[in-house]
Design a protein. Sequence first.
Length: 317
Amino acid sequence: MTTLKTVFFRDGRPGHEKQSQGILRALSRYVELDIHDVKLKSSGRLTSLLAYFTYFLPFYRFSHYLPENPDILIGSGSRTHLPLLSCKKKYGGYALTCMSPSAALRNRFDLCFVPVHDRLAPAENIVQTIGPPNIAANRNEHDSSKSLILVGGVDEHSHRWESESIGDAIRDLLHFSENQQWTVTSSPRTPADTENLLALLADQHANLWYVPYETTKPGWIERQYDVHRNVWVTGDSISMVYEALTAGCSVGIIPVQWKKRENKFLYSLHYLIENKRVITLNQYLQGAAYQDQSRSLDEADRCAKELLKRWWPEILP
């Protein structure tokens, strides 16, 4: 069996790393992978700026030790881009990323898997995805009596966070679906007053179980996708929307107050609503049914097949 030597650049951000991990897991269904991890250290703005300019110098050399002649170099997040391309410059290999790089670096990547909400112009090395690839999987083990609520939190740039509005939305869901067993969890961005409100709601409703984010372990959220048929997500937590869809869950959106009428999160949600992938809270409370999830969403697998089709077509079944 063919083995592909792969270098995985990690920036320490779980959301970014899950995108690359999703593609690598999908690739491993078709081919053996010999994966070498590069864990990048955080750096200041001045150091990053210096690295950016020195990369374009003809005598620049990448200093990190890596295996000779790698086949695939992959990383997500802007902090991975320069080290990844520097590795390609020294060792060769195909450079892949799961997010849109800066315009100056974009053409230096062999393949960029870019969500439709980034609205990049088509190009030979740009493949649009319905949201970012991820590590979720549809195991067809969902319990139709169980529903999950995923609560995001503060982001000063994109939206205004209103704890009472989130609490009202959860109360509406509990009242409208009294026969469901509900689990609600928070996130690293959830403010303390919202955490307190979620705990209070759990005390007041026998069918609601509250699991604070800080008490969960890696892999917990993926296990919840496996068993919960319905998943409600606050609109700011867009990556969790796509994870739940990939896991085959029926997904609803709890609204947040956006600061701008145009942003990539809102564009992404509109895309999903228009393409009948998710349901809004208002639609649900007015009697609309959850969207049909028979259309599978597995962008990680589609990305894996795309890169194999381009460079190792003989591996595909």
